[in-house]
Write a protein that binds this ligand. Sequence first.
Ligand SMILES: [Ca+2]
Ligand SMILES: [Ca+2]
Length: 141
Amino acid sequence: MKRWTLFIITDLTTCGGTWKYSSVPTICANEDLNFNGILDTSPFEDTNGNGQLTPGNIAVAAPGNVVTDAAGRATFAIQYGEQFAPWVTVRITARASVAGTESRQSILYDLVGSAPDFTAETPPAGVTSPFGSSTSCTNSN
Ligand SMILES: [Ca+2]
Ligand SMILES: [Ca+2]
């Protein structure tokens, strides 16, 4: 499901009753260069040196397989921890097989938080990025 990801390093702050980025976010590329879900040494993938893939597999599609209806539509959910909103953009790829012919389409999707979480006075779960607050993509802090 997640084939390509960005993550953003900064903090949130309140602005007009809504939680927003406190500064211009630093956007870093997904470390999983070959999209296999494994931290590889060749190609070297641990850009920020924290010993793990960043951001890693933090979202799942449920169910992972669906059957479309007569209109060619199906429904699934994207599940992720609330601390990852709004810090990650995921690529959602749908693969379809019809009469032996396969096709695929992808979209980028920002992991959003619930509106009540981002309009309450209390900070949302991800008020501080789980990926650190450095403005350098090679720094895990
Ligand atoms: Ca990899
Ligand atoms: Ca890493």
